[in-house]
Design a protein around this ligand. Structure first.
Ligand SMILES: [Zn+2]
Length: 193
């Protein structure tokens, strides 16, 4: 993850403007601008375990676009994947699976993101609660290509996106989903962004 230079910042602006427009009903980034970009890979048939992105590090609105590595059989976008949302106590976890086509975009907001501000326990860091959703990625057992993703986030004031130090688990994690709150999810096809 890194802060963006001028050319990258312009590309980010184009992408973020599209996402803001598509997710306008959810008021994505209504008063903020994403200022960090994460590029990530998840191998074929792999699982990205469920997690929260650090709950007090990012302001509301985390957006991802993911697609498959080339060459891909069939569609050039590659293979889809499953976005798995979970919440609740460990012994009775509630799970919602969202089938994502390659190239689709999704956002995390509200309880789907689990920001400290919306959490009933005001959890910070990666602390656990039962009211906010975690997200994870499941590649199909038959998948043959790596999943690539771009994730845009807004760094909270006073935080720094240093490359080292305690930075992150987010290096191994990823971000996902779309939902304003609770179990409401949304995803859009690449044509829409
Ligand atoms: Zn919570």
């Amino acid at each position: 993850m890194w802060k963006l230079g001028a050319a990258r910042a312009e590309l980010l602006q184009m992408l973020s403007d599209r996402l803001r427009t598509v997710f306008a009903p959810a008021e994505l980034w209504a008063t903020t601008e994403p200022d960090t970009l994460q590029i990530m890979k998840v191998g074929a048939q792999q699982v990205l375990a469920n997690h929260w992105d650090r709950r007090d590090k990012w302001l509301e609105g985390i957006a991802s676009v993911a697609w498959g590595e080339l060459p891909a059989e069939g569609a050039n976008r590659g293979e889809g994947y499953t976005l798995a949302m979970q919440r609740g106590p460990k012994r009775e976890i509630e799970e919602v699976k969202v089938e994502m086509v390659a190239g689709a975009a999704y956002v995390l907001m509200g309880h789907a993101q689990g920001h400290t501000r919306v959490c009933q326990k005001h959890c910070s860091g990666h602390n656990r609660c039962n009211c906010c959703w975690t997200h994870g990625v499941r590649m199909a057992p038959t998948s043959t290509v790596t999943r690539h993703s771009m994730t845009l986030r807004v760094l909270a004031d006073g935080d720094s996106d240093d490359e080292d130090g305690e930075e992150d688990d987010e290096e191994e994690q990823e971000t996902s989903l779309a939902a304003e709150s609770g179990a409401t999810t949304s995803a859009v096809a690449p044509e829409a962004i």
